[in-house]
Design a protein around this ligand. Structure first.
Ligand code: URA
Length: 315
């Protein structure tokens, strides 16, 4: 229950950091919170309905992350009157059926792919994009948002940046299918269309868009339960660590963070590494080496063997 209150505090801090000024809580949710606090004071453990907590595994509800697994539907009770997010409702509550990983993951996938808000943001013929990979992955990569190739194929990281990511995963000695790859956002952030209706270019997701999709990636993290998370680029890192948690990527890469109890490493987005190639081989290799050092740290922490050759890539 302490975890519930901590998660609620975390979420309120995150919303504040994202610029949210007011949060309204329904009377019903307020009553639930009061019951939880009262239960903490009396040492009782109660469920979100006010009953005693069910046995582990029964009637399990997953809301937004490990600490909310048996807690009140916090997201469903938060309202955020934020300018610029007028078209987005509050972040959705994610409720998964009981069952094994694959049942829960499949239910989550269906929920996201068919979510009316996600669907409303993809152009005709394009797709909402959900995570892919092994449900037993030790390492989960979290990117920013789908681009043109991804919304076309309905899979994260399949364009040029994705191909580089796949090569880096192979350089770790893993297959793409052995890790899990998801995004902070599940649709391609929209830009005004060309005359023919297609979209040119990509843009960063807004904090409101990221906040809306956050329950989907945190639920994937909860279901897959990887040992380690890797945020690819500043946007993904901001999505997980908070919109205003840092100014430059340099402040957060090169060390371990904690995302709801899981080690999180932040590294460069593969698109940045591709862009660096324009600056010439030396600059590109330097950036790739820096990113590779993050990958080496991930390999070490995941207990993967590292050869001398792997240690020296990009040197
Ligand atoms: N960039 C991302 O961050 N995610 C993708 O899925 C593709 C490109």
């Amino acid at each position: 229950m302490r975890a519930v209150l901590l998660a609620l505090t975390d979420e309120l801090k995150r919303l504040k950091a994202a610029g949210v000024k007011t949060v309204s809580v329904s009377d019903e949710s307020m009553a639930t919170l009061r019951r939880l606090v009262a239960a903490r004071n009396t040492g009782n453990r109660i469920s979100e309905t006010g009953e005693r907590k069910p046995e582990a595994g029964k009637n399990e509800k997953l809301v937004s992350g490990p600490v909310l697994a048996e807690s009140p539907p916090v997201y469903s009770t938060l309202r955020q009157p934020v300018s610029g997010s007028a078209n987005l409702p509050p972040p959705p509550e994610v409720v998964l059926p009981p069952g094994d990983k694959s049942v829960r993951w499949q239910a989550l996938r269906e929920l996201v792919l068919n979510h009316p808000v996600c669907r409303a943001h993809v152009r005709p013929g394009k797709q909402v994009v959900f995570g892919v990979g092994s449900l037993d992955a030790k390492v989960m990569f979290v990117g920013e948002a789908p681009g043109a190739e991804e919304e076309q194929q309905g899979e994260p990281f399949v364009g040029p940046a994705g191909q580089l990511l796949t090569r880096m995963i192979k350089a770790m000695g893993l297959e793409r299918g052995e890790v899990y790859i998801g995004n902070i956002m599940n649709w391609r952030p929209e830009l005004p269309p060309r005359a023919d209706g297609t979209q040119a270019g990509n843009r960063e997701p807004t904090p409101e868009e990221m906040a809306f999709c956050l329950p989907f990636i945190t639920a994937q993290i909860e279901v897959v339960a990887p040992a380690l998370l890797v945020a690819l680029g500043a946007t993904a890192a901001r999505g997980l660590l908070g919109a205003h948690s840092f100014k430059t990527l340099g402040e957060v890469r090169g060390r371990w963070h904690d995302y709801r109890g899981r080690p999180l490493r932040v590294t460069y987005h593969p698109s940045y590494l591709l862009r660096k190639e324009m600056d010439g081989r030396v600059a590109a290799n330097r950036a790739k080496r820096t990113a590779w050092e993050d990958f080496l740290a991930v390999m070490e922490r995941a207990g993967l063997s590292i050869s001398e050759k792997q240690r020296n890539y990009f040197l």
